[in-house]
Design a binder for this molecule. Structure first.
Ligand SMILES: C=C(O[C@@H]1C=C(C(=O)O)C=C[C@H]1O)C(=O)O
Length: 283
């Protein structure tokens, strides 16, 4: 049998493109209906749902087409669908001049359409998010060597304070500038479950707390064992960023029990968000 001609193969591609395009338009019509069920004027972003959609695609992906491309295509679509619902959405990025990778990390996640605004410090990003409920923030994941920890600010009670709602990269991409760095996404919304999450708890204490003391107090409060603890001291106050499996709301009674179990004098415990555990798929 003769091999199919170049023309007929391209006709097949044209037919597939027509189907794909039609499916995207059907997806858009459903997004319109979903938008109608959300509070009007609010941020339409649902990071937990997005993580579930992405995991499903990455887990079922097969064949030579790169998983990184599947990821970028779905991220581009989901961001366009979020923008259809929240047209004034923006992203404030902490992108110091010597660290251009955070910009790439954010583009891989938020696609090419959303307006990005570069900032030099996490404090500036936080201010931009607090000033506008449709502005998301992208800040470096804290490390112990940071000179000035910014995340304890999230533990305040002001209604404009955002939560951590996602961690980037969700899929480690092959691009060079973003290699080896991670960021938190900040948004003025409650974090939501994706089925595999890490909750972030901030503990402020006048005295140093050992890992043993923290783990004993977590058990006493009925909370799961921590997966990591970051310890930073600022102005003589100890700040611990504790990660636990799951999503924990600031109103969760176990946090008050944790405060009691830690016997904090003038200290406090607060939930500052949660993120979907990144995929381990190969890009
Ligand atoms: C469509 C929705 O809105 C947004 C877009 C999503 C998508 O395109 O799949 C998923 C979550 C939201 O960020 C939704 O909430 O389901």
């Amino acid at each position: 049998m003769d091999a199919p001609s170049l023309d007929s193969l391209r006709q097949e591609i044209d037919a597939i493109d027509g189907e794909l395009h039609g499916l995207i338009q059907r997806r858009a019509a459903l997004v319109d209906r979903i938008a109608a069920s959300k509070p009007p004027g609010g941020l339409a972003l649902r990071p937990g749902r997005e993580a579930k959609v992405m995991r499903q695609r990455l887990e079922t992906h097969q064949g030579p087409f790169p998983a990184a491309a599947v990821y970028r295509m779905w991220r581009e679509m989901m961001c366009a669908f979020t923008m259809m619902q929240t047209p004034d959405i923006k992203v404030a990025i902490c992108r110091p001049h010597d660290q251009p990778g955070y910009w790439d990390l954010a583009r891989d996640h938020f696609g090419c359409q959303i307006t990005f605004v570069a900032n030099d410090t996490p404090a500036q990003v936080l201010a931009a998010v607090r000033a506008n409920p449709s502005t998301l923030g992208v800040v470096p994941v804290p490390i112990e060597a940071d000179a000035a920890p910014w995340w304890p600010l999230l533990a305040g009670r002001d209604a404009t304070l955002p939560n951590v709602v996602a961690r980037l990269p969700f899929l480690v991409m092959p691009n060079a500038r973003a290699r080896g760095i991670s960021a938190f996404v900040l948004a003025r919304m409650e974090p939501e479950e994706s089925g595999d999450d890490r909750a972030l708890i901030s503990i402020e204490s006048m005295d140093g707390l050992s890992r043993n003391r923290i783990s004993g107090a977590l058990a006493k409060a009925g909370l799961p064992a921590f997966t990591s603890v970051l310890d930073q001291v600022a102005g003589g106050v100890h700040h611990y960023l504790v990660e636990l499996p799951g999503v924990i709301a600031d109103s969760d009674k176990r946090l008050r029990e944790l405060e009691i179990a830690l016997e904090l004098k003038n200290g406090r415990v607060a939930a500052i968000g949660a993120y979907a555990v990144p995929s381990t798929a190969r890009a």
